[in-house]
Design a protein around this ligand. Structure first.
Ligand code: ARG
Length: 475
């Protein structure tokens, strides 16, 4: 960024002294809104085409604008463009250069437009692309999750409540719980995209414009589904950005829960999984350490994305209509949420696709230690006519005895079990095994391995609508 000696503010006409360097830096957004340049250009070109079509600017003006923009695009892509903090933001930087390149036509571009509807348009265009990117990555991540779940559809592990061993589940079943969370996240991003995809241009500063504009044409040019209906709302609304950050925050909350489990599972005391070295780092002092840095950081970054959401909600809560400069502060939280979610998805897709080694033996060993099939014994007695509450009490006593003896329930002898209820017969051992317990939960949403396989197959179908069209995926 190179400050020019004599800033020529576009709005300087009614001012008698320049702003201080500090104020300049304080009010400028170029440091972070630079990244909107493609979308700013896209919006400007659509606006210029509409102006020419409506006879508001000449056909030659449009040709000049298109030619100038093509040059600027080259300059930026080649890293030759001189961004200037004196020119405040991305809009003025591009417009100034355009005017330097093509003269008066560059000055005509801003006819019937304000930076207020311009920035609202830019951020919507940018976010629309961002959401499409997230959805594409989410589909890849989810496909990896389903594949892993399918592979582990019959792998028993302890299911936990209160972080205590509760009942046997399969690892695949456990993973598919996350599929549900992330599928809802996908739905939220799709839903949010609909409200992002509306055109503010035409609102100008806030009241609309006196030129005979054609907003529907601009909307169609830019692929917006509709125009923002009210000019005052068009320039002041940032609900779509809040919704986006809310969707990101909830997505990260889900990632954070998964991360917490990954870190727990790879603790040597638990040892359910091994995480590939490329997702871990070591310690500077303890040579033996391998730390689950990626899950930990994802858990930590959840805090910043939740912060992004709170920042935007607070930004908007006391804003009077219509546009206020406060809105310039919407960009960094939105970009931060977008960047964090995008990177997190990339890494986690890779991690699930081959970064996790499942240690079925450790899962089974943990199951042996928590009386995980106690409920199955109670159900067995209930099936034989014992009221469930009584069965619960009988099994409680059996667990206590097994605990004292230092064995699991199926390791008690038939005679020992029968001391708790004469209804217990030899077939009890089928119910007390982990496999028997799993197979018994044979309904939609249950953990029986066949049900988990069927759920994985359905998950693949349910993911289909979220996959980008092949062309977009290749781009
Ligand atoms: N940089 C501004 C933003 O990010 C652009 C709009 C400025 N409009 C204004 N009237 N100052 O919101």
């Amino acid at each position: 960024m190179n400050p020019s000696p004599a800033p020529q503010y576009t709005w300087a006409g009614r001012f008698s002294e320049p702003v201080s360097d500090l104020v300049k830096r304080y009010t400028a957004s170029i440091a972070f809104d630079q990244r909107l340049w493609r979308h700013d250009m896209q919006g400007s070109l659509a606006h210029a085409r509409m102006l020419a079509r409506q006879g508001i600017i000449g056909a030659r003006d449009l040709e000049d604008i298109e030619r100038g923009m093509a040059i600027i695009r080259q300059e930026i892509e080649n890293g030759q463009f001189q961004w200037s903090v004196d020119l405040e933001d991305v809009h003025f930087n591009l417009e100034k250069r355009l005017t330097a390149l093509i003269g008066d036509a560059g000055k005509r571009l801003h006819t019937g437009r304000s930076r207020n509807d311009q920035i609202a348009t830019d951020i919507r265009l940018y976010l629309r692309d961002g959401i499409d990117g997230i959805l594409a990555l989410l589909a890849v991540f989810q496909a990896a999750l389903i594949a892993l779940a399918e592979r582990e559809a019959a792998t028993p592990m302890p299911g936990f409540t209160h972080l205590q061993v509760a009942q046997p589940v399969t690892f695949g079943h456990h993973l598919l719980a996350y599929f549900e969370m992330f599928l809802r996240d996908g739905e939220r991003f799709v839903d949010c995209r609909r409200r992002v995809n509306r055109l503010p241009l035409g609102a100008a500063a806030l009241a609309g414009t006196s030129y005979p504009i054609d907003r529907a044409f601009v909307a169609a040019e830019l692929g917006f589904e509709a125009v923002c209906e009210n000019s005052i709302d068009a320039v002041s609304d940032r609900d779509f950005a809040i919704e986006f950050c809310a969707a990101c925050a909830l997505f990260m909350t889900h990632v954070s829960r998964l991360s917490e489990e990954l870190a727990l599972w790879m603790n040597p005391r638990v040892g359910f999984i091994r995480l590939a070295d490329r997702f871990c780092t070591g310690s500077s002092i303890m040579p033996q350490k391998k730390n689950p840095d990626v899950p930990e950081l994802a858990r930590g970054k959840t805090g910043r994305v939740q912060g992004d959401l709170v920042a935007l909600l607070t930004l908007m809560k006391a804003q009077p209509l219509a546009y206020n400069k406060d809105n310039q502060e919407d960009k960094e939280p939105v970009f931060d949420a977008l960047d964090t979610v995008t990177d997190t998805l990339r890494i986690f897709a890779d991690m699930l696709a081959g970064g996790i080694r499942v240690r079925a033996d450790a899962m089974r060993e943990a199951l042996r230690q928590g009386f995980a099939t106690a409920t199955d014994l109670a159900d067995y007695l209930a099936r034989k006519g014992v009221p469930f509450r009584d069965a619960h009490a009988i099994v409680g006593a059996a667990v206590k005895a097994a605990e004292q003896k230092g064995v699991d329930l199926p390791e008690l002898t038939l005679a020992e079990l029968q001391a708790f209820s004469p209804l217990i017969e030899r077939d009890v051992f089928a119910a007390l095994t982990v496999e028997g317990s799993l197979a018994a939960r044979d309904h939609v949403g249950g953990t029986a391995p066949d049900q988990v396989r069927a759920a994985a197959a359905r998950a693949r179908q349910r993911l289909e609508p979220f996959k980008p069209p092949p062309a977009a995926a290749a781009a």
